[in-house]
Design a protein around this ligand. Sequence first.
Ligand SMILES: Nc1ncnc2c1ncn2[C@@H]1O[C@H](COP(=O)(O)OP(=O)(O)O)[C@@H](O)[C@H]1O
Ligand SMILES: [Mg+2]
Length: 169
Amino acid sequence: MIKKTPNTLEFLAKNLTETERFGKVLARHLNPGDVVFLNGNLGAGKSILARATIRSVLDQPKLNVPSPTFLLALPYENEQWKILHADLYRIKNPEEIDELGLFEDTQTLVIIEWPEKAKTLLPHPTLNISLNFSSNAKERVLRITSAQGSVTFSSLATDEIFSQRDQLS
Ligand SMILES: Nc1ncnc2c1ncn2[C@@H]1O[C@H](COP(=O)(O)OP(=O)(O)O)[C@@H](O)[C@H]1O
Ligand SMILES: [Mg+2]
């Protein structure tokens, strides 16, 4: 099941492995400086997706990528990439966002879980990804939207996983 419009991609991840596989696909299209929002309830798979994406971007399949729930943001890097993985669930006041310095370096890839906890304080994301529970406990509906004209989104939309013949539109 794939739904495709000029600024929306939607598909069903049938299990954990398919969500992780999408992280690898995403990693092929991300660029330095991209800001990725991960929306969805507790247990939807935001951290699973972030982990798979970070491991793949850095080409370190076994890298330890814990959920940053208590530390709010964790940094990763190699020769080519700088990444910040944030979880704003526990943010209590807006100043905490400033202290995290998420956007100080314009070349850092920033992946943010629970962006809605800091709505107005964040820039517009390059990609907005929501993970939603489906009828089956292992299924998640993943919906990717973007501001018009995002190079990253256009590139992702051309990926072979979104060019299957059974797409809806
Ligand atoms: N299709 C799926 N995609 C992602 N996670 C899944 C899926 N099916 C089951 N799960 C489980 O859901 C949980 C997601 O946890 P996590 O990524 O920490 O959620 P979040 O960060 O959104 O709170 C994990 O225990 C994972 O094994
Ligand atoms: Mg999480």
